[in-house]
Design a protein around this ligand. Structure first.
Ligand SMILES: *[C@@H]1O[C@H](CO)[C@@H](O)[C@H](O)[C@H]1NC(C)=O
Ligand SMILES: *[C@@H]1O[C@H](CO)[C@@H](O)[C@H](O)[C@H]1NC(C)=O
Length: 300
């Protein structure tokens, strides 16, 4: 069934599996472990580039939107501790992807993507950053004028009924990408500071166009068919995007999870939200509320 399997292991970083509808659960565990091990050093002084906000005062969302924009600007400029463990923000090197999608009408493929580089995060605009007072989960809207993924692919299967088997260079370019980011966090204490433990990231994407090219499709046997197939994917980019949506969404979720968990194990939540409660205060008050409900003694 397989045709050469050395590609995905050749390239250094961890690889993860995207498994049709199930996507990132397995992968998150693996990353969480990595984040835990490397979570040693952290900031004990607020960096001067970071404006902090107060969640229990009016205007928090506006303030937080600006503060997350400043964070991204600084990531782009280069936060040494992040660059060291993660590499640069733009261009960004991304882990290998092993993608398998079965029993789907639009695509049944196995694909391995390696040597992946994503460009475009430097242009990120933060449109809104909301933090819930109830659970300290986040809802963030960001916009990228263009995101481009370059890499090498090896795939077998079919997309939009077209049988594909080949390996070569691939790029996927997404225009006007609006990302709604739903992040769950847990508060924890480290050195007297409150930190956010990013526990999951889900994204919803809106975009205006996808442009793609896969070279050496059909193993170079027919340049003419290769050209017309790429043309077909671009003419029918909406269907192509739908077919590869689990791959694209999963990739974006993994990138953002990686970045955010690194950042928020490094920088205390107090530096973003000055009046954030300590985990003890916060979870104790929630427990009181929960046990009130249980004993039905709460007057609401
Ligand atoms: C992708 O990589 C895996 C693991 O290295 C391998 O088993 C599989 O055959 C590869 N798939 C393709 C389409 O090359
Ligand atoms: C962060 O959350 C993960 C998953 O729930 C957990 O395994 C890990 O111990 C947490 N890390 C910290 C520092 O609280």
């Amino acid at each position: 069934m397989s045709s050469g399997n050395s590609m995905s292991t050749r390239h250094g970083r961890r690889s993860f599996g995207l498994c049709g509808g199930l996507i990132v659960i397995l992968c998150l565990n693996e990353i969480a472990l990595g984040a835990m091990v490397s979570a040693v050093a952290y900031y004990t002084e607020k960096p001067s580039w970071l404006p902090s906000c107060r969640i229990y005062e009016p205007g928090f969302t506006k303030c937080s939107t600006n503060s997350i924009q400043k964070l991204l600007d600084q990531m782009n400029f280069g936060i040494p501790e992040i660059v060291e463990s993660f590499g640069s923000f733009d261009p960004m090197h991304v882990r290998d992807i092993i993608f398998k999608q079965d029993n789907n009408e639009v695509a049944t493929i196995r694909a391995n993507l390696t040597d992946l580089v994503v460009k475009g995060f430097a242009q990120t605009k933060v449109k809104e950053s909301r933090v819930s007072k109830k659970d300290f989960n986040w809802q963030t809207k960001i916009y990228l004028p263009k995101m481009r993924l370059d890499g090498k692919y090896r795939m077998a299967g079919r997309i939009l009924l077209i049988p594909l088997s080949g390996s070569g260079n691939i790029f996927i370019e997404i225009h006007d990408l609006e990302i709604l980011l739903l992040t769950t966090t847990e508060l924890y204490e480290k050195g007297g500071f409150t930190f956010d433990n990013v526990t999951s990231v889900r994204v919803q994407l809106k975009l205006s166009r996808v442009h793609t090219n896969l070279d050496n499709l059909f193993n170079g046997r027919s340049p003419e068919v290769e050209r017309s197939t790429n043309q077909f994917f671009n003419d029918n980019w909406r269907d192509f995007y739908e077919a590869l949506k689990p791959l694209i969404v999963g990739t974006v979720e993994n990138i953002l999870y990686d970045v955010m968990s690194k950042v928020f194990h490094l920088i205390p939540a107090n530096f973003f939200v000055e009046d954030i409660p300590t985990p003890q205060e916060f979870y104790a008050s929630k427990q009181v509320a929960a046990s009130d409900n249980e004993s039905k003694s709460s007057e609401k």
